[in-house]
Design a protein around this ligand. Structure first.
Ligand code: ARG
Length: 459
């Protein structure tokens, strides 16, 4: 079969060139968007009197038929078809002859691939927002369940202050909320239709780009034809959002791995998310969490790949741009699957409060609370900090807890202290006291959960 562009050529393509040039191996997944774009295009051409209604009807029927054939796996494309756009159009021409040749009027593959990819990314954004929302719902549910459950919060991987598990989980809720908002922003900015920009400069034919934009569900047509065929910013934005979100997943996954370790034992990841060892019979490895932690690498890679591809490309279309798809598609698949699997894993995870309780007695988690209590006694914070530091030293000397320090020992640290001047030293007391906006007090966390639920309602 001669290529659809073979008019000015005397020779066919070299075999290895044909293979190297083709994108059909990875762009077939754009077929439904390509057909949608073509149907809108030919509808507009007929409305504008550029093709007849009868031609339009035959073309649309032909395209619908091809869609069915692709879906049923009845069409086999090879590198001879070059890309999905040529494959669909070539099949249509094979089917309809002369009429089929009219579809590509006032259109180029440059605006065609641009509109197909945008349609595809828009659809995928909605799907990823859906899985992220599912993750958010699981987080809200777990946060509610563990709103009063105390665990130590860490800084520098050292016990810092007591928090609740609900509070800790709500931190992830905020991260994934921003991920959703970033996707919504990207969607808004990319919601303009490049179809009809043609090769780079528009057309002499009386097309109506507003109409195709409307038919395809875009806000409006893109403003400048040259930009329309050269712009891949939305892919870069999408991959940036994907990278940030995968980084969140990786951080959360890391916490799962160490919470699941023998040293921590905070959680017991469900068997269905773990694997065994081929040599050590006792092992139950948190493979899913580790894989999720590692998947971020490929997504970062795709972001840097497209940034590098786009760098230095002159206006307008260049074949370099064909390199925009594989990484994009892989990032979509990876991101969607990662969020889904994480949400399911979290759904099945329960915290082992017995184990966690044992860890709360170490590390003087209530030190800051005592210092803040001294502030209410009129002691300046810096001084209070110093005093509590000395109390820690005294405890360490005597291998004691704050609550075990005697009146004499306290007096020795600072004349103003006595056991009666000590605040509620229990972990519950510490957590309940942190009622500042955004703090870890259970009532405050419940407020955060409510705000989160309202935000999801309004999505
Ligand atoms: N397969 C091409 C791509 O993905 C389609 C556009 C080709 N346009 C061209 N002028 N060669 O970018």
């Amino acid at each position: 079969m001669a290529n659809l562009w073979s008019g000015r050529f005397e020779k066919g393509m070299d075999e290895i060139v044909e293979k190297f040039n083709a994108s059909i191996g990875f762009d077939t997944r754009l077929y439904a968007c390509d057909i949608r774009g073509s149907i809108a295009h030919v509808t507009m051409l007929a409305e504008q009197g550029i093709v007849s209604d009868e031609e339009k009807d035959r073309i649309i029927a032909g395209l619908e038929k091809i869609r069915g054939q692709i879906e049923r796996g009845e069409l086999e494309f090879t590198v001879k078809n070059e890309d999905i756009h040529m494959a669909v159009e070539g099949t249509l021409i094979g089917e309809l002859g002369e009429t089929g040749k009219k579809l590509h009027t006032a259109r180029s593959r440059n605006d065609q691939v641009a509109v197909d990819t945008r349609l595809y990314v828009k659809d995928e954004i909605l799907q990823i927002v859906d899985v992220l929302t599912y993750m958010e719902k699981v987080l809200l549910e777990k946060a509610e369940k563990y709103a009063d459950s105390i665990v130590s919060g860490f800084t520098h991987m050292q016990h810092a202050q007591p928090v609740t598990i609900g509070f800790h989980l709500m931190a992830y809720f905020q991260m994934f909320k921003r991920d959703i908002e970033r996707l919504q922003d990207t969607y808004e900015r990319m919601d303009y239709c490049p179809l009809g920009a043609c090769a780079l400069a528009g057309t002499t034919l009386p097309t109506n780009r507003h109409r195709t934009a409307e038919l395809l569900g875009f806000k409006a047509p893109t403003e400048n034809a040259m930009d329309s065929v050269s712009d891949r910013d939305y892919i870069i934005e999408f991959l940036s959002a994907a990278s940030i979100s995968m980084m969140h997943i990786s951080r959360f996954a890391e916490e799962f791995v160490w919470w699941n370790s023998q040293e921590f034992g905070y959680i017991d990841i469900d068997d269905s998310f773990c694997t065994g060892s081929s040599i050590m019979p006792q092992k139950k490895n948190p493979d899913m969490a580790e894989l999720l932690r590692g998947k971020v690498g490929r997504v970062y890679g795709h972001l840097f790949q497209i940034l590098t591809v786009m760098k230095g490309t002159p206006l307008a279309y260049n074949k370099d741009f064909q390199e925009d798809k594989e990484g994009l598609f892989d990032a979509i698949d990876t991101w969607k699957a990662s969020v889904r699997i994480f949400a399911k894993m979290l759904e099945k995870t329960e915290f082992r409060m017995d184990r966690i309780a044992q860890t709360l007695t170490r590390g003087f988690l209530n030190a800051t609370d005592i210092a803040e209590h001294f502030v209410t006694m009129g002691i300046p914070f810096r001084e209070a900090h110093e005093i509590v530091g000395k109390m820690v030293k005294a405890c360490e000397h005597g291998n004691k807890d704050f609550a075990d320090l005697t009146d004499e020992e306290l007096k020795e640290v600072d004349g103003r202290l006595s056991r009666a001047s000590m605040p509620d030293l229990t972990m519950e007391g510490c957590v309940n006291g942190r009622t500042s906006f955004g703090g870890t007090a259970p009532d405050e966390v419940r407020r955060q959960i409510r705000v989160g639920e309202e935000w999801i309602e309004a999505l």
